[in-house]
Design a protein around this ligand. Sequence first.
Ligand code: ZN
Length: 395
Amino acid sequence: MKTKKIYYTDPYQVEFDANLCEVLKDEKGYKITLDQTSFYPEGGGQPADKGWIDGKDVLDVKKQGDVVYHYMTEEPQGPQVQGKIDWAHRKEYMQQHTGQHIISAVLKKLCNFDTLSVHMGEQITTIEIDTLEISKEQIHTVESLANAIVCENKPLESNWVDQESLHKYSLRRQTAKKGEVRVVSIEETDSVACGGVHCRETGEVGLIKSVGVEKIRGHVRTIWKIGDRAFKDYNEKNEIISELKTILSTGEQEIVRSVTLLKESLALSERKNKQIESELAQEIARSIASQKGVSGNYIYGNIWHDKSISLVKKIVQELITKRKARVCFLTQANDSLHWIIGCGENGTIDFNRVRSELLPLIDGKGGGYSPLWQGIGTNYAGAEEFLKRFKTLCS
Ligand SMILES: [Zn+2]
């Protein structure tokens, strides 16, 4: 059996009539074959078409040999059916695929970079090329020439070519395919073996925009926004720039400088804050240690509600190094209970007992190494008992 492929004879035919040939069923649902179809099956980096047969959703399309299988959860009633592909989805991927051929052709022509693999994703199209690096200038000239080819509105054609005639086409990439090969050509620009569906003319592709380059598996992967997607991306980026201009009260050209200055000033404030926090920790530690009845190896305990975790940690460090005390504090911050235990060099803490006897009181978890242990808990009601037990444990 062979399915007549309307997507090759007329890639612009959205609706079609067909005869239902076979209905198979597996665990995923129904697997339908028709005598002819506009539904493009997944292949060559281009995803399968979406759409409907007799108004029922077609979820996936795959080709095995010469037969196209339509995957559905509801069974269409034959003997004749009406098919309709999701044109917005198809057009989007025709733009991606033709755009990719243009970019790959230009990468070869200008830089002699071969295309190794292609992926047409839901957001971006990526082209992996055979080079260790590509400069900004190279990307820029590739992008410019690709857009010029779009503007020249060059026609595309596809031909089934037998092995003897294949030499007449100077293929950008050698093919290992046997028998008849489908060759997709862009006038005076590119010829390559390809099974995908393409635009009639390069003008239909629209804008081609490079949006990134990354290194992967020792190669370079170029990232592209093509067609309506590129236009949408331009709109979104414009919106972001507009918002930034308002937030920063500055002009477009000043955004980068403005953000750099902000980052520098933030880093300076953070350094100052850390210094103030250290001084504050020393002061609080001194005040605690000078309380009546407090001696060098005393056990301090407290539940705080107004101190940051980093400040409490600094206070504990201060008390265990300078006062050599055993310390336990609980602090409530960011909607959770934090515990911290420290031990000066004159004392010891059996953390196994802390884990088995204290942590369950606050539904806590955490750990550490001498002289500091810390973690979080969720049961606030157990906080007082936690401190009391700590004192018992140390005595
Ligand atoms: Zn292709």
